[in-house]
Design a protein around this ligand. Structure first.
Ligand SMILES: [Zn+2]
Length: 306
């Protein structure tokens, strides 16, 4: 599938609304149109991205059932918003998006960014493998908390990161309710390939990993209470994450949206060395056509994974 290599190509590829419609068509119906009602492949092309089935005469729009569902804004604006979001290395604010696209309402910009975050867990992504550091970290809140019991105003995040010699590979972050073995085992099984080597500290909740089919290595520290030394990569990513949350999403703790910010962070981190902005754009558009529509009300009220 073709994608723009740079800003110039982006502007060249998407000059008109029809350009965007044709692009979505090639991604949504790569083998040609198929009527969602009767599965016929015969159709009439109408304007504004509408298609009429030649057999049952049902009309369908290219954006039907996608993340762009029933939007009054042109696809041109949507495409530019996605392109811009990807271009910003350190994340984006709704105010910034509103300004750059000249959107009338802050709420629109805010809800669009949340829609885009829902595209950032790519379907078919593979689990982490090899040597993987795992730990839990607390983010947010003012007081420091005790492990396993949580702390007021803080959220507990499970962190897993591939270690490749002196470099790091991919990362996964998930908000977990507590540091019990139940929560941590689930996080590990969901995110790490069996037979991988898991590096943790001596926290008892990790004691079942060998039985679960992993190679488990407990990292001991030379200095007591200094687990930064035992799991340096987890702690580096945790401090980067905290700084990013504070810098870009100051209000992240108030809105039950932390998990979505984690998804965005993971998407950005795992593609930090990607030189192709266009490929990331294509990946998000591909996700957009298979992701169910979500309303503004739902974005406000819904928690992650519901
Ligand atoms: Zn039909």
């Amino acid at each position: 599938m073709k994608y723009p290599a740079n800003q110039m190509e982006f502007e060249d590829m998407f000059k008109t609304e029809q350009n965007c419609v044709d692009y979505l068509f090639s991604i949504r119906w790569p083998y040609g149109f198929e009527c969602p009602v009767c599965c016929s492949i015969r159709y009439w092309k109408k304007n504004k991205g509408r298609f009429e089935c030649s057999d049952c005469h049902a009309e369908t729009t290219i954006t039907n059932g996608t993340i762009f569902h029933k939007s009054t804004k042109p696809l041109l604006v949507w495409f530019r918003a996605i392109w811009w979001m990807i271009a910003q290395k350190n994340g984006v604010s709704a105010k910034g998006l509103q300004k750059i696209l000249g959107l009338g309402s802050y709420q629109t910009a805010w809800s669009w960014l949340h829609k885009f975050r829902r595209l950032m867990v790519l379907s078919g992504r593979t689990k982490l493998q090899g040597a993987v550091e795992v730990d839990e970290v607390l983010v947010g809140g003012k007081k420091s908390g005790k492990r396993g019991r949580g702390a007021e105003g803080k959220s507990l995040i499970a962190v897993a990161i591939e270690v490749k010699g002196r470099k790091t590979g991919r990362v996964r972050l998930t908000k977990i309710p507590d540091a019990s073995s139940e929560s941590l085992n689930k996080f590990i099984e969901d995110n790490i390939e069996k037979t991988s080597t898991i590096l943790t500290d001596g926290w008892p909740s990790y004691s079942n990993l060998s039985k679960m089919g992993y190679v488990h290595k407990i990292q001991k520290t030379a200095v007591k209470h200094e687990d930064e030394e035992a799991l340096p990569n987890v702690h580096r990513i945790a401090s980067l994450l905290k700084r990013w949350l504070l810098g870009t999403h100051q209000s992240y703790l108030n809105k039950n949206k932390l998990e979505y910010y984690l998804d965005e962070y993971v998407f950005r981190y795992n593609r930090r060395t990607s030189t192709s902005r266009g490929l990331l754009f294509l990946r998000l558009i591909e996700q957009a056509v298979i992701t169910d529509p979500v309303s503004y009300e739902k974005i406000i009220n819904q928690n992650h994974g519901c």
